[in-house]
Ligand binder design. Structure first.
Ligand code: ATP
Ligand code: MG
Ligand code: MG
Ligand code: MG
Length: 566
């Protein structure tokens, strides 16, 4: 490929709405362009890298015995109603109608569809196990699309689904996928940690997330400094909860002069002390309104005030902050919240059962008492996410070692689903005794486009991207210092052809620009290797070979270039 022909429009200015490094560099270096919130076009540089990641994914999954398929992106509502997720999935699902008024969604994931697909084809234990995957665009109307490709509304996912006759079979598939994932991320050059995770909305019982360690990560993870133990300590993900006006009409309003809800709750509540700490986060848009259920009555005014002011974003409300809010149980409604307004909640299911407290009555100095969230709120879309709170005294549950914290980008996740979907959708097979059994399922996702961004988050410097070679858009760039100089161009072209025929992915920067401009672009785009062809070195039949990663530059005889590069 010649740089003069490459469609990679670079930007001089840093795009103002790009909030993480990967997005900034990908926009500046002409990898991607934004169409609208959370919707991006991949230009040739990004697409080359995406295809390399996909290639690694395919090789590893095929080697693990999975087979690639392609299912429709548009999914009929019926199968989601059968599984019970049409409502449960909530606002994240993009829904549409056809001309006959049939309902559909743009697939956010494919458990329902794959289960429906195989249930009609697999009837006997002899046909199991099966593991099928696809690499496809997925659609999620994220509450806050941001960070470029890291949280977009249309993104590329590899999703795999395994079907087994029993749990033991699932265990084998899970291990195969877990190992395949470890290989995939290692081959992509990522520093990745598999962490224990909660299953969130998807309903699995056993799951690991693969976290690319990076400051820009949205996940809080802990890991042991001595052994392999690592876990996601997420505070849960918000869903949508609506106060039902009906129910709230019947609630008793009490006067609580000058009390905020926390004070009011603290005064009115006498819930038994519990050892386990459970947190409840309410939020309007991105403002946390409420807080927590915990084992003591300590109230921290500062944290509470933060919550009320809406200064704490749900994703940013760390377990520590929640502990600091620390009251026994409660609702805080924000000043001015209308009864019918939507707000989000994250809640532990057991809290939903027992929660029976008070909340702001949307007028000064008054509170509702005896609120029952299940009764008084439309809780259809609540996502239950148990919360693990880690304090400084906590030690590794496996070896007692010290725990360290870091931020992670979830690039993949493996789930043991069990029979949740096969039972709901009737995917049964006949076992050896001729008896029908639900298939035992697993599902396995990789965020392909997010992986691209995660790699940049891990590998960059102030000059630009530093690609791991395996997923770089080009492995090598050849820069003739002066493209108008025929001798330089001739040598460059010879090296270019030689490398190309050796199977190296190489770009020749034949543009007539100044050398400085080309060097800057090479650093920004992040080619792992740069070969500089200049008059000086040519005199001794050498070129300069520069490693982007460490800046090391060595003059190398032209005859040795191929061997050095390979
Ligand atoms: P998150 O916790 O970040 O919202 P998730 O747990 O909802 O992700 P999964 O349902 O596990 O995501 O999907 C499989 C993979 O798809 C994730 O591990 C992630 O890499 C990727 N992914 C999920 N949502 C997005 C998104 N909005 N943009 C880009 N990639 C995504
Ligand atoms: Mg999500
Ligand atoms: Mg997740
Ligand atoms: Mg996940």
């Amino acid at each position: 490929m010649l740089a003069s022909k490459l469609y990679a429009p670079t930007l001089r200015e840093m795009p103002s709405d790009a909030d993480v490094i990967s997005q900034q560099y990908m926009l500046r270096a002409g990898f991607i362009r934004k169409m609208s919130s959370g919707l991006y076009s991949f230009l040739p540089l990004a697409w080359r890298s995406i295809r390399k990641i996909e290639g690694i994914v395919r090789e590893e999954l095929d080697a693990a015995g999975a087979q690639e398929i392609m299912m429709p992106i548009i999914q009929p509502a019926e199968i989601w109603k059968e599984s019970g997720r049409w409502n449960a999935y909530g606002a994240e699902m993009i829904r549409l109608h056809d001309r006959h008024d049939n309902e559909y969604c743009l697939g956010p994931t494919h458990e329902e569809m794959i289960t429906t697909l195989v249930k009609n084809e697999i009837n006997s234990y002899r046909q199991l196990p099966v593991n099928l995957y696809q690499i496809q665009n997925k659609y999620r109307d994220e509450r806050r699309p941001r960070y470029g490709l890291m949280r977009s509304r249309e993104f590329i996912m590899k999703d795999a689904y395994s079907f087994d006759a029993d749990e033991a079979g699932l265990d084998i598939q899970y291990k195969l996928m877990y190992d395949a994932y470890s290989n995939i991320f290692a081959r992509c050059g990522l520093t990745c940690k598999p962490v224990e995770a909660d299953s969130g909305a998807i309903g699995g019982s056993n799951t690991h997330e693969f976290m690319a360690i990076a400051e820009a990560g949205e996940a809080d993870i802990i890991h042991c400094t001595k052994c392999d133990y690592a876990a996601n300590i997420e505070i849960g993900k918000p869903g949508i909860m609506k106060q039902t006006e009906e129910a709230l009409k019947e609630l008793e309003v009490v006067e609580t002069p000058h009390a905020n809800t926390i004070d009011a709750v603290a005064e009115m509540l006498s819930l038994p002390l519990e050892k386990t700490i459970k947190a409840v986060v309410f939020a309007i848009e991105d403002k946390v309104i409420l807080a927590i259920v915990r084992g003591d009555h300590e109230v921290n005014e500062v944290a509470v005030q933060h919550a009320v002011d809406g200064n704490v974003e749900p994703e940013m409300a760390t377990p520590e902050q929640l502990v600091r809010v620390g009251l026994t149980a409660g609702f805080i409604s924000p000043v001015g919240l209308k009864q019918s307004e939507e707000f989000a909640i994250v809640v532990d299911e057991s809290v939903m059962e027992t929660f029976n407290v008070c909340g702001g009555a949307n007028k000064p100095d008054a509170h509702y008492i005896n609120i029952n969230p299940k009764r008084d709120f439309n809780v259809e879309n609540i996502i239950v996410a148990p919360i693990r709170l880690i304090t400084d005294e906590d030690v590794c549950p496996t070896c007692g070692g010290e725990l360290a914290k870091s931020k992670g980008i979830e690039v993949g996740q493996v789930f043991k689903l069990g029979t949740k979907y096969s039972e709901a959708l009737g995917a049964t097979f006949l076992d050896q005794n001729g008896r029908p059994n639900p298939m035992v399922m697993g599902c396995y996702g990789i965020g392909v486009s997010r992986t691209l961004a995660a790699a940049i988050e891990q590998y960059h410097d102030e000059n630009g991207i530093i690609w791991p070679r395996s997923i770089a858009p080009f492995e090598v760039v050849i820069v003739p210092i002066n493209a108008k100089d025929e001798a330089l161009m001739e040598t460059s072209t010879t090296i270019y052809n030689e490398l190309k025929s050796a199977g190296v992915d190489v770009l020749l920067d034949d543009r007539k620009d100044r050398a400085g401009v080309k060097f800057k672009d090479a650093d920004l785009i992040g080619y792992p290797l740069r070969i500089t062809v200049s008059k000086n070195t040519l005199e001794s039949n050498e070129v300069e070979l520069k490693v982007r990663k460490n800046g090391e530059a060595i003059n190398t005889p032209i005859a040795d270039v191929k061997a050095k590069v390979e």
